[in-house]
Design a binder for this molecule. Structure first.
Ligand code: CMC
Length: 429
């Protein structure tokens, strides 16, 4: 049945607002004309009831714990696909044929090197700088290098910029890591797949042969798939907002990286592992659960809760399986952190507070343990998230530019400051 319009009457003014229906999910009330018709804004800090755009890329049903990319369930993509296939799907809207996949892999692979001068940017940072600080700077710096792919009105240039970012992020992330630990940069190797190449750039050293473990490479690839896109989250909305002004694409992605860094968003994987380490042993868990429930204590159980999921995050389930696979492959039998994590999850899932507030483990709860087992320090966790989310940011950025309704994003406000007053020069000024 076609959606009906809604009549809003307020303070003697009325407006007819169009109801719009998507293919799935709640209808939206198009308030675009509200101000013109009533001279009123809507107020929704945190955007809990606001759809900021129309999108065909990712669908989430938070109540049911469903995540679809272009209609395909994340479980099926993670089980049967590889990361570059998911990248293709997000960018082009369909899964690639074998020939398209081969061509896409080739195109991404042959953009993996960064301009040699990029390495000088790294040396400008202190070695103890957080790798996310380095990534914000270095990805932003890409905008100073690739001038032949920044005409955002040209679809071909947009695709070249997109492939460049997907290809160069692993190289830059690995460079950030190598710089952090004082080892020489390792150049990409084009006969390796995306995840294997990344592991090699992170963990190889010039004095030894590095052999990629295929089980760990598959786990890395799956972690990338799980983080590839997640609808209009804070960093994606940041990329869209930055891009809405027509800004340089590389600079827009740097803006997304800056937003992702926060502990309420991508920084939660680092914070979750730090929390598990701080809890240390199972007998300390009740103390932390009590703190999480205490209104006067700012402490939160990191890796729990989500703005959209009010059910188990489907990515967390796959992540938990991957964690066991990685620990099994590495022969880590009694990892104390995993023990704490599993007990914490068990307690939280049966605790009234967490049940009532629908706080379930999210993807960051298990990803930290896996990444630590793979050999990454906690400071790199959010960098890996940024690497994987780059394709989502770019797909959403492209979609926004192609959207005929796209205009510069310009929210309004409820002003609560001083009303107009006159400037009076103080005698002493
Ligand atoms: N531990 C304890 N209490 C919590 C938690 C938590 N992790 N998360 C939410 N709550 C409580 C919160 O205190 C509030 O209680 P009340 O209604 O009594 O005031 C209620 O649950 C709702 O919380 P909220 O902050 O209003 O919810 P939100 O949608 O604004 O925040 C969130 C979502 C993810 C920021 C939040 O759950 C959180 O801070 N979680 C920990 C950080 C984390 O794991 N973030 C990763 C998110 S998934 C990856 C990504 O998308 O980046």
């Amino acid at each position: 049945m076609p959606a009906k319009n809604a009549l809003v009457a307020v303070n003697g003014q009325s407006a007819e607002l169009r109801l719009r229906s998507g293919t799935m999910g709640p209808d939206v009330l198009d308030i675009g004309l509200l101000y013109n018709q009533t001279r009123m804004f809507t107020y929704d800090p945190g955007f809990t009831s606001t759809a900021s755009c129309e999108s065909k890329i990712t669908y989430i049903d938070g109540d049911e714990g469903v995540l679809l990319h272009r209609g395909y369930p994340i479980e099926q993509l993670a089980e049967h696909g590889d990361f570059l296939e998911v990248c293709y799907l997000l960018l082009y809207g369909e899964l690639p044929t074998a020939a398209q996949k081969k061509d896409f892999d080739y195109r991404v692979t042959h953009h993996t090197m960064v301009h040699e001068q990029m390495s000088r940017f790294f040396t400008g940072f202190r070695r103890d700088a957080h790798p996310m600080a380095v990534m914000c700077g270095c990805v932003g710096a890409l905008s100073a290098f690739y001038h032949d792919s920044t005409d955002i009105t040209d679809p071909h240039q947009r695709m070249v910029a997109s492939l460049r970012m997907i290809a160069k992020m692993p190289t830059l992330a690995a460079m950030a890591y190598k710089y952090h630990i004082g080892q020489p940069f390792v150049y990409p190797k084009n006969d390796l797949d995306y995840a294997s190449n990344f592991l090699r750039m992170c963990f190889a050293v010039p004095c030894e042969e590095y052999v990629v473990n295929p089980v760990l490479a598959r786990a890395m690839d799956r972690i990338f798939i799980l983080h590839a896109d997640h609808e209009q989250n804070a960093s994606t909305s940041t990329v869209r907002l930055a891009g809405s002004s027509g800004a340089n694409p590389f600079a827009c992605i740097a803006a997304g990286i800056a937003c992702l860094w926060g502990p309420a968003h991508g920084g939660a994987n680092e914070a979750a592992l730090n929390m598990l380490t701080e809890i240390g042993t199972v007998d300390h868990i009740p103390e932390y659960i009590a703190r999480a429930k205490d209104k006067n204590d700012p402490f939160r159980l990191m890796g729990f809760g989500h703005r959209v999921y009010k059910n188990y995050d489907p990515r967390a389930k796959i992540m938990q399986k991957t964690t066991h696979e990685v620990l099994g492959e590495l022969g880590i039998k009694d990892d104390p952190l995993l023990e704490v994590a599993m007990e914490l999850e068990r307690i939280a899932l049966t605790d009234e507070y967490f049940i009532e507030k629908k706080l379930y483990p999210n993807i960051d709860f298990y990803s930290g343990i896996t990444l630590k087992a793979l050999g990454f320090p906690t400071t790199m966790f959010t960098v890996l998230f940024a690497l994987a989310r780059t394709v989502g940011w770019i797909a959403q950025w492209n979609e926004m530019i192609e959207d005929p309704e796209q205009r510069i994003g310009r929210p309004r406000q409820l002003y609560t400051g001083e009303p107009r007053r006159e400037y009076v020069r103080a005698p002493h000024r």
